[in-house]
Design a protein around this ligand. Structure first.
Ligand code: HEM
Length: 532
C-alpha cells in the first residue's frame, strides 16, 4: 500500500473537491503534479538564448492552451445555465409510471437557456426562438427536456433542419450573417410556407424575450405518457414561468449588452431571487387525436400546430427552481449534453418525424462535440440510487471504466437486472404501411393559427410593430422575388397584413399561393393539383 493508506492503484481525484477548489490551499504544479516556483519562468540558453525543448512546464502550458476549445454547439451555441431542484406537487401516477411524478418526489436539475442561430459570442437579445433545456436527475436515470420558448417550430419535415439553420449561419462566400443580409433567411421561409406560424411569433412582440427568467418553455413535440398498466396518452409538456413573461422591443434590444440575459440570470440567483417554473402537461387519448385530425385537421405529429388549450387544458405536475449558479461555466454549461432521447420509464417518444430525427441527432453530436464518454462527465452523469453497470468500455477519456467487472455478459459474475415497469408490448402501438418517400403538403389549416394571431391576439400596436419588424428585417433581402413570394404567403394569413407589408416594403406581392410552386413542400392549395 502507498504511504497514505490507499491501494497503490486507487484514484485520488474527487469531482466535488475539484468543483469547490479554492486558491488558498492550492499549490502551483505542472499537470503531472510537480511543484513549480513561478508560472512565468522559461528555460533558455542564457538571457537572450533560444528556449529548451526539455522545458515541460512551458510545453505543458502552451500545448494545453492550444487545445482549450471544443466545437461549439452547431445550433444554440450561446447560452446560460444554472442548477436547482424539481418537486412533484400534483402527482401524475394515474397516467404516467415515471417514479419522479409521484407526490413529493424531488430531484436535482440543471437548466440551460439559449438563443438558436447565433455563435457562442452572439447577442442575447437576438430576435430568435430560445432554447430551454432541463436535465432532471431522477432516481430512474436522467430525463432531458430539450424544449423551446415557443410551442411551434418552423418545419415538420426533418430533412429541412440543416438547410433552414444554414440560412442563419454565415454566407459561404461573404462570411456575413443575417444581420447584414437576410436574403437566405427569407429565401428559405418563402419556399417553406409551413413556417408561417413560427414566423408570426418570431416577428411579433414575443420574438425577443426579456432575458431567460421571463419565458415559458414548450416540448413542442407530442410525446407519450404510459402508466403502470401500459395504457398511454399523448402529451405536450409546458414549463410556465412563475415570474410571468416579459419581452423587449426591437428598439430596446439595441440598447442591451450582448450578455444581457446571462447577467440577469446570474445576478438574480446570486442575490437569492430564485426563478422558478411550473411543469404541466396537456394530454390526449389516441382516439381524440384521430378526431382532432378528422374535425380540425390538426395532426399531433406536426409541430407547426398547437393543441388548443380549451380542448386540452393544462394539468400541473410540479415546479422547479434555480437556486445555484454554476461554479465553472465550461464544466457545467458548455459540456452539459441535453438529449431528447434521454427518457425515463413512463415517458416515450411519439411518431413525430422531427422528434424521431432529434432522437438520433443529439447523442450523435455529443459524441462529436464532447466525446464518446460524454455521459461520464460529472455534469452529465446520472445520480441514481443504484450502482450503474453496463458493457460500454474504453474510448477517449474513460474515467469510469467499471473496474475489473467483466466486459461481457458473464455467467460467472453476472450483474443484476430490473424488469421494465411498463409493458412495451402495449405502449408502442402498431405501425404498418408501404415504405414511401414523404414530403409534407401546405393546407389551408396551416394559416388558421397565424390568422388568429394577427386578427385576435395582436392589438393595433402589435400589428404595427410586426410590420416594422418584418419590413426592417427584409430591408437587407437582395431578391425582390423572395419578398413577393413571402407577401403572397402572408396574404393567406390576412389581406390586411399583406397590403400593409406591401406599403412598408414598397414591393407588390403575389395575390396568394395558389399559383406558386415551392421547392420545399407540396402546395396543397395550388389551383392545378399537378402544380406542386
Ligand atoms: C440543440 C439538432 C429541432 C431544441 C441542438 C443541437 C443539435 C440539434 C445538433 C446541438 C446539441 C449540442 O451540441 O449539445 C436539431 C435537429 C432538429 C432540431 C436535427 C430537427 C430535425 C429542435 C426543436 C427544438 C430544439 C424542434 C425544440 C422544440 C433545442 C435546444 C437545444 C438544441 C433547446 C440546446 C440544447 C442545450 O442547451 O444544450 N439541436 N434540433 N431543437 N435544440 Fe435542436
Amino acid at each position: 500500500h502507498a504511504p497514505d493508506g490507499k491501494k497503490n492503484g486507487d484514484l485520488h481525484r474527487d469531482y466535488n473537491d475539484d468543483r469547490n477548489a479554492q486558491s488558498q490551499d492550492a499549490l502551483y504544479t505542472t499537470s503531472n503534479g510537480v511543484p513549480m516556483p513561478h508560472p512565468y519562468e522559461t528555460q533558455r540558453v542564457g538571457e537572450n538564448g533560444p528556449l529548451l525543448l526539455q522545458d515541460f512546464h512551458l510545453i505543458d502550458l502552451l500545448s494545453h492552451f492550444d487545445r482549450e476549445r471544443i466545437p461549439e454547439r452547431v445550433v444554440h451555441a450561446k447560452g446560460s445555465g444554472a442548477h436547482g431542484y424539481y418537486v412533484t406537487t400534483d402527482p401524475l401516477d394515474d397516467i404516467c409510471a415515471a417514479d419522479i411524478f409521484q407526490k413529493g418526489k424531488k430531484c436535482p436539475v440543471t437548466v440551460r437557456f439559449s438563443t438558436v442561430g447565433g455563435e457562442s459570442g452572439s447577442h442575447d437579445c437576438a430576435r430568435d426562438p430560445r432554447g430551454f433545456s432541463v436535465k432532471f436527475r431522477t432516481d430512474e436515470g436522467n430525463w432531458d427536456m430539450v424544449a423551446n420558448n415557443t410551442p411551434v417550430f418552423f418545419l415538420r419535415d426533418p430533412a429541412k433542419f440543416p438547410h433552414f439553420i444554414h440560412t442563419q449561419k454565415r454566407d459561404p462566400a461573404t462570411h456575413l450573417t443575417g444581420a447584414d443580409d437576410s436574403t437566405m433567411f427569407w429565401d428559405y421561409l418563402s419556399q417553406n410556407p409551413e413556417s408561417i406560424h413560427q414566423v408570426m411569433v418570431l416577428m411579433g412582440d414575443r420574438g425577443i424575450p426579456d432575458g431567460w427568467r421571463f419565458m415559458h418553455g414548450y416540448s413542442g413535440h407530442t410525446m407519450k405518457l404510459v402508466n403502470k398498466n401500459g395504457d398511454w396518452v399523448y402529451t405536450q409538456f409546458h414549463m410556465k414561468s412563475k415570474q410571468g413573461t416579459k419581452f423587449i422591443t426591437q428598439a430596446d434590444s439595441a440598447t442591451k449588452s450582448p450578455d444581457y440575459a446571462q447577467k440577469d440570470l446570474y445576478n438574480a440567483i446570486e442575490k437569492g431571487d430564485y426563478p422558478s417554473w411550473d411543469l404541466a402537461v396537456q394530454t390526449m387519448t389516441p382516439k381524440e387525436a384521430e378526431e382532432l385530425w378528422e374535425k380540425q385537421k390538426i395532426n399531433v405529429f406536426d409541430l407547426t400546430h398547437v393543441w388548443p388549450q380549451k380542448q386540452f387544458p393544462l394539468r400541473k405536475i410540479g415546479e422547479f427552481t434555480l437556486n445555484e449558479n454554476v461554479q465553472n461555466y465550461f464544466a457545467e454549461v458548455e459540456q452539459v449534453t441535453f438529449n431528447p432521447s434521454h427518457m425515463i420509464p413512463g415517458i416515450e417518444p411519439s411518431a413525430d418525424p422531427v422528434l424521431q430525427s432529434r432522437l438520433f441527432s443529439y447523442p450523435d453530436t455529443h459524441r462529436h462535440r464532447v466525446g464518446v464518454n460524454y455521459q461520464q462527465l460529472p455534469v452529465n452523469a446520472p445520480r441514481v440510487p443504484y450502482r450503474m453497470a453496463n458493457f460500454q468500455r474504453d474510448g477517449n477519456m474513460a474515467f469510469y471504466n467499471q473496474g475489473s467487472r467483466p466486459n461481457y455478459l458473464s455467467s460467472i459474475e453476472p450483474i443484476q437486472f430490473r424488469q421494465r415497469s411498463v409493458d412495451l408490448n402495449k405502449t408502442h402501438g402498431h405501425f404498418s404501411g408501404e415504405a414511401i418517400a414523404f414530403l409534407s403538403e401546405i393546407r389551408p389549416e396551416d394559416f388558421n393559427a397565424p390568422r388568429t394571431l394577427w386578427e385576435k391576439v395582436f392589438d393595433d400596436g402589435a400589428r404595427e410593430r410586426f410590420i416594422n419588424n418584418v419590413s426592417g428585417h427584409m430591408s437587407t433581402c437582395r431578391e425582390k422575388e423572395i419578398i413577393k413570394r413571402q407577401i403572397g404567403i402572408f396574404r393567406e394569413v390576412s389581406e390586411d397584413l399583406a397590403s400593409r407589408l406591401e406599403k412598408a416594403t414598397g414591393v407588390k406581392g403575389y395575390p396568394g399561393i395558389a399559383d406558386l410552386r415551392f421547392n420545399g413542400t407540396h402546395n396543397g392549395m395550388a389551383k392545378e393539383k399537378s402544380n406542386r
